[in-house]
Design a binder for this molecule. Structure first.
Ligand SMILES: CC(C)(COP(=O)(O)OP(=O)(O)OC[C@H]1O[C@@H](n2cnc3c(N)ncnc32)[C@H](O)[C@@H]1OP(=O)(O)O)[C@@H](O)C(=O)NCCC(=O)NCCS
Length: 143
């Protein structure tokens, strides 16, 4: 992550909004409407009915209050229900324990480890792949 010029940010936003393989949501606090982060489904593949999930709650003070769980529950309902996906997967740095706990709590299962996938702060980091199938999603009802 690095500072971007406004023009770059606008161009990125336009690209995302017109990309049929991405759905991108802004997260706002219900009470104040404050923008606190984003959640997205990328690489949407309707033939194989899967997509890659990513979530970011920007400020540390907004984390650890159950918001991530609330957001992902709603997103998974949308992905498996409205979009009709069968598999949602994600990649996470192996040291990101809070995120991994949340994914496991929601039912995601570890599917693999990409060794030394990321170079950060002078060292290599592994990346874990997690996936959740529609049949494993607790609140999903087939109607
Ligand atoms: C990862 C991330 C999305 C998690 O979101 P979050 O809002 O912090 O997650 P939650 O609050 O739902 O859950 C985290 C913890 O808060 C706890 N919690 C606190 N209050 C809670 C409440 N009222 N309801 C539910 N859980 C609560 C949960 O039990 C959980 O604790 P645990 O991890 O010890 O089990 C968020 O921390 C984030 O954006 N981090 C930076 C970016 C990032 O790492 N993204 C993921 C990259 S793959």
């Amino acid at each position: 992550m690095r500072p971007e010029r406004m023009a770059d940010t606008r161009a990125w936003l336009e690209r995302v909004l017109s990309d049929k393989k991405t759905v991108f949501f802004a997260l706002e606090l219900r009470e104040s409407g404050e923008f606190i982060g984003t959640v997205s489904l990328r690489n949407l593949d309707f033939k194989n009915r899967n997509a890659e999930l990513a979530i970011l709650i920007g400020e540390p003070e907004n984390r650890g209050q159950g918001l991530g769980g609330e957001v992902l529950s709603a997103l998974l309902d949308y992905a498996f229900g409205e979009l009709g996906l069968y598999r949602v997967y994600l990649r996470v740095l192996a040291y990101n324990e809070p995120a991994i706990r949340l994914y496991r709590r929601l039912g995601f299962r570890g599917e693999g480890r990409l060794r030394a996938q990321v170079w950060r702060e002078d060292t290599w980091h592994d990346v874990l792949v997690f996936g959740l199938l529609r049949d494993e999603w607790g609140t999903w009802t087939s109607g």
